[in-house]
Design a protein around this ligand. Structure first.
Ligand code: HEM
Length: 487
């Protein structure tokens, strides 16, 4: 080999070494020793994975978790859904930036319902600004005003009940929550004058969100056509209300007003269509979730007399201290009731599956020490309904035990962050959590103070078929009007 060749070879070897070093620095995962991929759920070829998912994701999780552990992949056609179950493996799910794990693709099916130009129809930078509008509309100073409206709505609603009777608690609470949400979120005009029209239109939007809509949101079926017409009519209604508010210069304390006054960083105000879309998104995020949670809370309180006594005692103490008044700060003192709601929500999170689309490879380590690579392109999923019942996090997990959140136990915290995920967490944690608790507490404090209640139908079952998983069938309750006596 002559000197020239040695030189050329040295340059080539040196170039390769440098290239390797640069690539190792820039793309560490592509050159690092690869970890194994997660185990795969066994299913029949082609449609097998889909069938397993459609038969019920919770059934599948319950079956596979003991066999495969906390990380595994389900193949549905060409898509790979990787499940990350439990706080040990789901931290990245909650904390990753949008560039790594995004919501846009997996929640695209909401676009025809929410409408154009909002939430999952816009880039993350715009979406972040729109979520800032939500955050501002749900700040404590705003919540204080909403609470007064929640309390009034509850008083008015239950004043229509007789001295005694039997009701379907699920229906009653659904109805009250939509009235309250209309008042606090959609505004006085809708609540006072247009309630019937607007709730019928929301009903059409709701019925247009079917399991098939997740895969084919624009499929030309009657339910989708009705959804699209309803969205159009809602936009017209809100355009009129917004124009009239702007013209009169009158300001209201509701989310509609906050969205009207919201401005993007570049100074651009929100358009009427965006305001409508954001209100629809708020109602979709908060309505079923809150009404389902109020119903479960009631069902558990009426079944577990010890907790019913505890929340009644708490109401008595607060009435001794503040009289009959209920406001934001008094609701915030209702810790026992808070824990009872939180525990109902642990056992029954209405959003049972959270999804992201992965754009970069990442790795996870299970609590047993197994490590896996999750390649980009996978859909990544975690399940509040499953994670909230893990026995190594929550003692006796199927038991209704609100005291697990009390000082000294705090099972939702001791195991680590992202143990209790009914409201999600991290980067996309629920922005409406305080609103939801206040609303449910306003309802239940009124019921506890004014009625004796008894559950007369069997303890309800879970309706796994609903998009937002709730209570199956009626929840019949016998009531008798009485004032909670303080002495
Ligand atoms: C019991 C009631 C509620 C439950 C269980 C609940 C649950 C959740 C969950 C699990 C997420 C995270 C979704 C994900 O990570 O993919 C979420 C996000 C969100 N929720 Fe709620 N929610 C409730 C009430 C509300 C209410 C009343 C509002 C508004 C008025 C609201 C507004 C939102 C918004 C805007 C987000 C998106 C946050 C983001 O992506 O940055 N939620 N909620």
């Amino acid at each position: 080999m002559d000197v020239l060749n040695v030189g050329v070879l040295t340059v080539i070897v040196a170039t390769l070494v440098v290239a390797k070093l640069i690539s190792a620095l820039l793309f560490p995962r592509s050159t690092a020793k690869r970890l194994p991929l997660p185990p795969v759920v066994k299913s029949w070829p082609l449609l097998g994975g889909l069938v397993r998912f459609i038969n019920g994701p919770m059934v599948m999780l319950r079956h596979e978790y003991p066999k495969l552990g906390s990380v595994f992949t389900l193949n549905i056609f060409h898509k790979k859904i990787t499940f990350l179950i439990g706080h040990e493996v789901s931290a990245h799910f909650f904390k990753a930036p949008e560039s790594d794990l995004s919501q846009q693709e997996v929640y695209q099916f909401n676009v025809p319902t929410f409408g154009p130009g909002v939430v999952f129809d816009v880039d993350y930078s715009v979406r972040q600004e729109q979520f800032r509008f939500f955050t501002e509309a749900l700040r404590v100073n705003k919540l204080k005003g909403y609470v007064d409206q929640m309390v009034t709505e509850a008083q008015d609603y239950f004043s229509k009940w007789g001295d005694s009777g039997e009701v379907d608690l699920k229906y009653e609470l659904e109805h009250l929550i939509i009235l309250t949400a209309s008042r606090c979120l959609l505004g006085r005009e809708v609540r006072d004058k247009l309630f019937a029209d607007v709730s019928a239109l929301f009903h059409d939007l709701d019925n247009g969100m079917l399991p098939i809509s997740v895969i084919l949101p624009y499929l030309p079926i009657p339910a989708h056509r009705r959804r699209d017409q309803a969205r159009k009519k809602l936009a017209e209604i809100f355009a009129t209300i917004i124009a009239s508010r702007k013209q009169s210069g009158k300001s209201e304390n509701d989310m509609l007003q906050c969205f009207i006054e919201s401005k993007y960083k570049d100074g651009r105000p929100t358009s009427e269509s965006e305001v409508t879309g954001l209100l629809i998104a708020a109602l979709f995020a908060g309505q079923h979730t809150s009404s389902i949670t109020s119903t479960w809370t009631g069902a558990y309180l009426l079944r577990h007399k010890e907790y019913l006594s505890a929340v009644l005692e708490e109401q008595k103490t607060l009435m001794e201290k503040h009289g009959k008044k209920v406001d934001h700060d008094i609701l915030s003192e209702m810790d026992v009731l808070y824990r009872c709601i939180k525990e109902a929500l642990r056992l029954h999170p209405p959003l049972i599956m959270l999804l992201r689309s992965s754009h970069t490879d990442f790795s996870v380590q299970t609590r047993e020490g197994k490590q896996y690579d999750i390649p980009k392109g996978h859909i990544v999923a975690t399940s509040p309904a499953f994670a909230n019942r893990l026995p190594h996090v929550f003692k006796d997990p199927d038991r209704y035990d609100p005291d697990r959140f009390a000082v000294g136990r705090e099972e939702d915290k001791v195991a680590g962050p992202f143990s209790y995920i009914s409201f999600g967490g991290g980067r996309h944690g629920c922005l409406g959590e305080p609103f939801a608790y206040l609303q449910i507490k306003a309802i239940w404090s009124h019921l506890l103070r004014n009625f004796e209640l008894e559950l007369i139908s069997p303890f309800p079952e879970i309706d796994w078929n609903a998009m937002v998983v709730g209570v199956k069938g009626k929840v019949m309750v016998r009531y008798k009007r009485r004032e909670l006596s303080v002495n």
